[in-house]
Design a binder for this molecule. Structure first.
Ligand SMILES: [Zn+2]
Length: 136
């Protein structure tokens, strides 16, 4: 069933994200400090990471990650870069709707694995500097 013509606008609102895993946060309408974490385990992991960062003398912007995680992310970005190059080449020769569809599918296939990469990176790192606050 087609969407009615009146649905042609999309409202985009800025969503808050968990300070640890980056998942979207549902904010309570109750008064008080806004939530920073989606779950207790995220709050705890962030707290532990900040404590560990202080112990190691890391700056807020420092992040320690395993080499294999960076390499995994690099591989995903390489695939996405190849897909972009393929699409640019394809579209220079053939801008037909069919080609566009194939290119969009290829780009989505190359980009989807990156969706979980950030969370896996955060879940696997040893320590990260944050904003210096205590977990709330
Ligand atoms: Zn979270």
């Amino acid at each position: 069933m087609a969407a009615p013509a009146s649905c042609s606008f999309v409202t985009v609102t800025k969503r808050m994200a968990c300070a640890w895993c980056g998942r979207p946060l549902e904010q309570d309408r109750r008064p008080g400090r806004p939530k920073r974490y989606c779950r207790r385990s995220c709050r705890q992991r962030d707290f532990e990471a900040r404590r560990r960062a202080r112990e190691l003398g890391l700056a807020e912007s420092d992040l320690i990650v395993a080499r294999r995680q960076v390499e995994g992310l690099d591989d995903l970005l390489f695939v996405l870069g190849c897909a972009i190059a393929d699409v640019e080449t394809d579209l220079a020769v053939d801008g037909s709707p069919e080609q566009l569809r194939r290119d969009v599918d290829w780009l989505l296939e190359a980009a989807r694995p990156l969706l979980g990469a950030s969370e896996r990176l955060r879940g696997g790192h040893l320590a990260a500097g944050a904003d210096g606050e205590q977990a709330s």
